[in-house]
Design a protein around this ligand. Structure first.
Ligand SMILES: Cc1cc2nc3c(=O)[nH]c(=O)nc-3n(C[C@H](O)[C@H](O)[C@H](O)COP(=O)(O)OP(=O)(O)OC[C@H]3O[C@@H](n4cnc5c(N)ncnc54)[C@H](O)[C@@H]3O)c2cc1C
Ligand code: FES
Length: 261
């Protein structure tokens, strides 16, 4: 897979709410090659603090632009949020193995997909939903409270059916998004082709278990801590049935049957 290192110009930087930001970057080579589930590795500072690049998913592509959607959680993302339109970011990408989707299969009628998103895990899934339009994805979004629901409008604009689960019941189903998934799989009258998911590890583990019980393939995007981001340092390995795998190069997307939890 081809990837590029470049100085990407910031075309826009917008605070969406609380700690969440949208940013558009001019990165023609990355935009041309990016697939949903792939990410860019960003150096946020010219000095060595923070030393490591930070992985951020590709949230969308428009012409020569890539879009990212990020949450400020620590030093690097804080510095990133202070960058202004017109500044440049040193990025490498597109990196990793993204979601797989067979367009010919998608064109078949009556096949649907389910997308399960937890927290900032929505970021790569909006880009994926654009590619899956033909399968009329059913999107389940999980959040602690209604204030933390992300991207419901974006998924709806893509023609997806959206259902919400909140821990406190302030919107939609009261409980975990995986409880909603389990409930819906026993209630719907169709069998989804694939379940795609990204979010916290415990959520992904539950998605894998539920998908296994229903004999549905699930593709899960893991968000491990990373160092090199290119498969060289083994800083991001996870256990798989065929041995240890790097999240940055073999993943971040893995088939649910492949992983050992
Ligand atoms: C493939 C991939 C794609 C990602 N895509 C996005 C995205 O689109 N948008 C986004 O906001 N974030 C994304 N992340 C997570 C993002 O990389 C981290 O939030 C970021 O590196 C934090 O850097 P920091 O210096 O701001 O915080 P740090 O000081 O490094 O960490 C702050 C807190 O966040 C936790 N944390 C940091 N990195 C991770 C991680 N990878 N997984 C779980 N917890 C972590 C730390 O344990 C700590 O509690 C992605 C991660 C991966 C591996
Ligand atoms: S971060 Fe170095 S191998 Fe994955």
């Amino acid at each position: 897979m081809k990837n590029f290192q470049l100085q990407a110009k910031i075309l826009s930087q917008t605070k969406i709410k609380d700690n969440y930001w949208h940013c558009e970057l001019s990165a023609p080579q990355v935009a041309k090659n990016a697939l949903p589930g792939q990410f860019i590795n960003i150096r946020v500072s010219d000095n060595f603090d923070p030393l490591l690049r930070r992985p951020i998913s590709i949230y969308g592509v428009s012409g020569a632009k890539i879009k990212i959607f990020y949450e400020v959680v620590g030093k690097a993302t804080e510095i990133l949020a202070q960058k202004k339109k017109g500044e440049f970011l040193d990025i490498v990408g597109p990196l990793g193995r993204g979601f797989s989707f067979n367009l010919r299969t998608q064109e078949l009628k009556n096949l649907r997909t389910i997308i399960v998103a937890g927290g900032i895990g929505v970021a790569p899934l909006v880009f994926l939903a654009e590619k899956l339009k033909n399968t009329k994805p059913l999107v389940l979004i999980g959040a602690r409270t209604k204030k933390e629901i992300l991207c419901a409008r974006e998924f709806k604009a893509l023609g997806c059916e959206v259902k919400i689960a909140t821990d406190d019941g302030s919107r939609g189903f009261k409980g975990k998004v995986t409880d909603l998934l389990a409930y819906l799989l026993s209630a719907i009258d169709y069998r989804p082709l694939v379940i795609y998911s990204c979010g916290p590890r415990l959520m992904l583990k539950a998605v894998a278990q539920i998908a296994g019980e229903h004999k549905i393939n699930a593709q899960l995007s893991l968000e491990e801590h990373m160092a090199c981001g290119m498969g060289a340092c083994l800083g991001c390995v996870v256990a798989a049935k065929s041995g240890y795998k790097t999240v940055c190069k073999d993943g971040p997307v893995f088939s649910s049957e492949e992983l050992v939890w």
